[in-house]
Design a binder for this molecule. Structure first.
Ligand SMILES: C[S@@+](CC[C@H](N)C(=O)[O-])C[C@H]1O[C@@H](n2cnc3c(N)ncnc32)[C@H](O)[C@@H]1O
Length: 283
């Protein structure tokens, strides 16, 4: 090392090598499940250098899930993204073994990993909007009324809870504040009728594709258009993506078994010595 150049030499005795990585993967998944696995010791070195306990580690191309597994064992939170089917066949089972303390390979012994923590799993829905042949944003045809209503509730910060009693109650933010989602174009008469039904004690956000009335004509209604309202929640074309994520998904409660579609989570009470990695979300 001199004043100008800083050398960093990571010998395989410290951070492992390809054969070690292959062995780790073979123990977890059977022979040659992945072409280019990295040894857990290498990822440990990187995570140690770049993060502190409880930091978030992102691997947007998760592969076999080594980064998430190592981050988890090191007391970091993690986000992994994967589009391949091995998300289900490999990554989820691998992380379940880590949480259950059954994965004693890789760096487990070195960090005295005993199990603990949990994770939530989400499947991305198709894009809510698409462009029509004239280049205008329209609601994606894959979305039926239920999906649209559920998606807009999430986007607007309402709990999706359709009511049998009132057709316009698709979700609520408080006991008195509701949301109604429709692909219809609403007339003044329809909005006035809605306003009368909602009454002076309650408020309603109306999300429709069009309306023929003055948006502020009804004291208890806020009327907005889809897709404009959806687009106002999206950000793109920025140099700096400091996103305004206001409505992060909440952990479902009570805990549900891990589903194959939709969303879910898997967790085990955190080992006292390890501390909980996702305590906020755990029931
Ligand atoms: C080489 S592997 C990643 C290895 C892993 N990060 C590691 O360090 O061992 C790349 C993975 O990225 C996934 N992938 C590729 N394009 C993707 C995308 N657009 N979104 C999510 N995953 C993607 C592939 O399916 C593949 O599993």
């Amino acid at each position: 090392m001199d004043g100008q150049n800083t050398w960093s030499w990571w010998p395989n005795s410290e951070v492992g090598h390809n054969q070690e990585a292959k062995k780790e993967i073979n123990i977890l998944f059977g022979a040659d499940a992945f072409d280019t696995p990295k040894p857990e010791r290498l990822i440990r070195r990187i995570i140690e250098l770049a993060t502190n306990p409880n930091d978030l580690v992102l691997d947007s191309f998760a592969g076999s899930g080594t980064t998430g597994a190592v981050a988890h064992k090191m007391g970091r939170r993690w986000i992994m993204i994967e589009l391949g089917e091995h998300c289900h066949t490999h990554i989820i089972p691998r992380l379940q073994k880590v949480i259950d303390g059954e994965d004693q390979g890789g760096i487990s012994k070195a960090v005295n990993w005993q199990g603990g923590g949990g994770f939530r799993y989400y499947r991305l829905a198709p894009s809510l909007l698409e462009k029509d042949k004239w280049g205008n944003w329209v609601i994606n045809h894959d979305y039926n009324a239920t999906m649209l209503s559920e998606a807009l509730c999430k986007l607007e910060g309402f709990s999706y809870a359709p009511s049998d009693a009132a057709y316009w109650q698709h979700g609520h933010s408080t006991e008195r504040d509701f949301v109604y989602v429709t692909t219809a174009s609403l007339t003044h008469e329809q909005l006035q009728q809605l306003s009368d039904e909602v009454g002076p004690e309650r408020t309603l956000l109306v999300l429709c594709t069009a309306f023929r009335a003055k948006a502020d004509a009804y004291p208890n209604l806020t009327v907005k258009k889809i897709p404009r309202q959806v687009l106002s929640r999206c950000e793109w074309g920025h140099d700096d993506y400091s996103l305004q994520v206001e409505n992060l998904p909440q952990a479902p409660s009570p805990p549900a078994p891990l589903p194959l579609a939709g969303e879910g989570r898997k967790s085990k009470p955190a080992n006292a010595a390890q501390g909980g990695l996702f305590e906020e979300g755990e029931a």
